[in-house]
Design a protein around this ligand. Structure first.
Ligand SMILES: [Zn+2]
Length: 482
């Protein structure tokens, strides 16, 4: 038996395995095991709507025998293998309110080039997401517009490589982002795996996955952040009388804890973060008034004033005196292990992390806070974070390798007359072109804003056709795993 449905035909599938799921509103959705959902409709979608809907083309669809189905399945397997090695991605943009507004933001520029759409100049552009996380889906730029996530799942061994698959399962273990920060992000920490699993189970709306989220930020411009606790909790109290008033902690109490500075810091931080909102507002206002009247202000005082201007009366203003205030120069990176407090403050960076979006917040945010959990989960490790400046791997490649298995970051640059043989990773890679124009392996044309997913074990040669050369960021599984 055969049945034929014809619309504006430009492709055929002979499999015959489909289900008609919805005929309402003159839209017929047919699900095919090879091509996913097809939409047959009489509605005229706008160009934008068409682009946003994956696999939304109209197809001619013919139902024939099981033999044909088997033949097609075999063909599909062959084409998957062939098409899979390097694919270009259309990425997701997040417009969180702390992002940089206007066309100068790196996220706006790279996002607009990547998505081939004009910059929405009135909107803040906060983050560009490159990877498989369900909150920022990436779509493969081909006629099928398949999601990267399903592409990887259906092709896991080849896309991820055996070792990576065994270690992390059927998903890309890292997420690459660009951040454009105009205003401080929340005071936050990311749970370890055990806590992430519990939080996801208890509050799935707030903690959307069960994974931990170590992360690393590489500065693109000067990049300011708060990261980890300062090493002398007593000094913080001495410097800021409002902090003493808010916590009610006397110096003798601190002395009684002898030299256990971790315990001292936990005591201070917990008291600050759990203080009554009204009391926090009163002390923050007193602090601001005092600082404004003072002629001599150091950079922490300036930061407290700035944080208060962005988030008036917020408890996070006090964190200017409790966390390390760092200013990374372009090319410098810091990493954040699980359960370490931090907040990004200003500037632009490239960030890599384990594939997760789990954030426990406690200040400088209009979003939901989980203060008790935050105070409880932190390790209270004291002292400045390690700043990575990158290891030179060869004449073209610098590698930033944090102490996490899921990821590392390479910066690969290539002058016009040069050829860069890229390192071969046994796991998957995601590449973002930072600037310039060129090719990977002679056949994949790339330019600023292009994002490419590369299968495991892919040999890649980078060349440039741009006078200024080409440079790319490449996220990959940490080499120490292999
Ligand atoms: Zn973070």
């Amino acid at each position: 038996m055969s049945k034929k449905i014809t619309t504006k035909a430009d492709k055929k599938c002979f499999c015959g395995y489909f289900v008609v799921r919805n005929t309402k509103n003159l839209i017929i959705i047919i699900y095919c095991v090879h091509y996913g959902p097809f939409f047959f409709n009489t509605k005229n979608y706008s160009k934008k709507e068409e682009e946003e809907r994956p696999s939304s083309k109209s197809f001619s669809f013919r139902v024939t025998s099981k033999q044909n189905h088997r033949r097609k399945r075999k063909e599909k397997k062959m084409t998957t293998t062939k098409r899979g090695s390097l694919v270009q991605l259309k990425c997701a943009i997040q417009h969180y309110d702390w992002g940089i507004v206007g066309d100068q933001s790196a996220v706006a520029q790279l996002g607009s080039l990547n998505r081939e759409e004009p910059i929405a100049k009135e909107k803040p552009h906060a983050e560009m997401w490159m990877g498989t996380h369900s909150s920022g889906l990436n779509v493969i730029k081909n006629e099928r517009r398949e999601h990267l996530k399903s592409f990887v799942e259906s092709n896991a061994e080849e896309a991820l490589g055996k070792k990576c698959q065994q270690r992390f399962g059927n998903d890309v273990p890292f997420l690459l982002k660009v951040l454009s920060v105009a205003k401080a992000l929340s005071i936050q920490a990311h749970p370890d795996k055990q806590l992430a699993e519990r939080l996801h189970e208890e509050k799935p709306n707030m903690y959307k996955d069960a994974n931990h989220k170590p992360e690393m930020a590489l500065a693109v411009t000067e990049f300011e952040a708060l990261s980890g606790f300062v090493s002398e909790p007593k000094e913080s109290l001495q410097k800021c009388p409002e902090l003493r008033a808010l916590t009610g902690i006397r110096m003798e109490e601190m002395d009684a804890m002898r030299e256990d500075k971790k315990a001292q810091m936990k005591h201070v931080f917990t008291k600050v973060m759990l203080a009554e909102k009204e009391e926090v507002a009163t002390q923050v206002q007193t602090l601001v008034k005092r600082l404004k009247a003072e002629n001599k202000k150091d950079e922490r005082d300036e930061l407290a004033l700035r944080l208060n201007a962005q988030y008036p009366d917020d408890v996070g203003v006090m964190c200017a005196y409790l966390l390390n205030y760092i200013k990374l120069q372009p090319g410098e990176a810091v990493y954040m292990a699980a359960n370490e407090p931090h907040a990004y403050l200003d500037g632009e960076c490239v960030e890599v992390m384990a594939t997760s979006d789990n954030v426990v917040r406690a200040g400088l945010t209009p979003k939901a806070r989980d203060t008790e959990i935050l105070c409880d989960m932190l390790t209270y490790k004291l002292g400045k974070p390690e700043v990575l400046t990158g290891d030179v791997i060869d004449k073209n490649t610098t590698r930033y390798s944090p102490p996490f298995d899921e990821f590392e970051l390479e910066v690969v640059s290539c002058a016009k007359e040069d050829t860069a043989e890229m390192t071969v990773s046994q796991g998957p890679s995601i590449l973002l072109v930072k600037n310039g124009k060129g090719k990977i392996n002679d056949d994949v044309a790339i330019e600023k804003g292009s994002v490419v997913f590369a299968n495991a074990n892919e040999k890649m040669t980078l060349t440039s056709s741009d006078e200024g050369g080409i440079s790319i960021y490449r996220a990959q599984v940490n080499t120490r795993v292999f």
